[in-house]
Design a protein around this ligand. Structure first.
Ligand SMILES: [Zn+2]
Length: 294
């Protein structure tokens, strides 16, 4: 799933390619992608793109009027910039296309059979609030104190808290592993047990990690849209690195299944050298073998 660093690069590139361009034709070959009925998609035709923003895990394309197109790629959705000339939608994968007056075409695709990616058409910016409730990690209002208060609202495991969309916006399974590694905090630490000093460290790790990955994605994908995530994500410290040496201590990166996520961490750097028990398996006395990267 594209997370904040990838979404930020999508945003930058879409601004370069689309701002000032007018929509000539809007189509949804897969009508289920459109989760709103009013305003209709055809309402975009004749309107020019004024900006592109990142709001949590949504990309928000603003057009004159105003009209807003909120795009959520979920796990397998991707955006592509193509030429209108000679374009043919993919029979199964193409969800939505916007053709612009300069011959550029924005295509949204989704691989696989589970169609979860979504597009909302909005006439008011305020309507976005109900789609994404978390605070942006780079919002100046997100001080260590505010982060501590948010984490204290419910006692939950740190890994799940970082990914919770009602808490922070744009952090998913991959970057939460990297943030916790940078902060040297265990993914199963309970949020209400964190000390003030640990919250300060976590706050810095969130911004430093996401900020440096924005730079890295921009570098690894110097033009076009950041579709091939593996090009940079394979450089991660712990995420997807089960069994590989930890870049800090050289010990083996470990793996644990937590609810719906596959989590990687370094036992030495993040958990005082102890392996976390994988509850789903350990109750059967089974030890999980290292997994290859997904
Ligand atoms: Zn380590």
């Amino acid at each position: 799933m594209p997370e904040l660093p990838e979404l930020e690069i999508y945003r930058e590139r879409l601004v370069e390619a689309l701002v000032g361009r007018t929509v000539e034709a809007a189509a949804a070959p897969s009508p289920f992608v459109l989760r709103t009925a009013d305003p209709p998609l055809s309402d975009l035709e004749g309107r020019a793109v004024e900006g592109v923003e990142r709001c949590g895990k949504h990309l928000l394309v603003e057009l004159g009027g105003p009209r807003f197109v909120a795009i959520h790629m979920m796990l397998a959705g991707r955006l592509h910039l193509k030429a209108v000339e000679g374009y043919k939608p993919h029979r199964k994968r193409t969800l939505l296309t916007l053709a612009f007056d300069d011959g550029t075409l924005l295509e949204m695709t989704e691989a696989g059979t589970k169609k979860r990616a979504s597009v909302h058409m909005l006439a008011r910016r305020e309507d976005l609030g109900r789609l994404d409730r978390g605070i942006d990690p780079f919002d100046p209002e997100l001080t260590p104190e505010r982060l501590g208060a948010l984490l204290g609202e419910r006692n939950r495991q740190l890994k799940g808290a970082l990914r919770a969309t009602d808490l922070l916006a744009g952090i998913g399974n991959a970057y939460s592993d990297e943030i916790l590694f940078a902060a040297r905090l265990s993914p199963v630490r309970l949020t209400r047990k964190l000390g003030d000093d640990e919250i300060v460290v976590l706050h810095a790790a969130i911004r430093d990690t996401l900020g440096s990955w924005i730079d890295r994605v921009r570098e690894r994908c110097p033009k076009g849209l950041p579709v091939k995530q593996d090009l940079w994500r394979r450089e991660m410290a712990v995420h997807g690195k089960t069994g590989a040496p930890c870049p800090t201590c050289g010990g083996a990166v470990a793996h644990i299944s937590l609810k719906d996520s596959e989590t990687n961490y370094c036992p030495r750097c993040q958990n005082e050298g102890r392996l976390l028990a994988d509850r789903r398996l350990s109750k059967f006395g089974i030890r999980r073998p290292p997994r290859p990267r997904e």
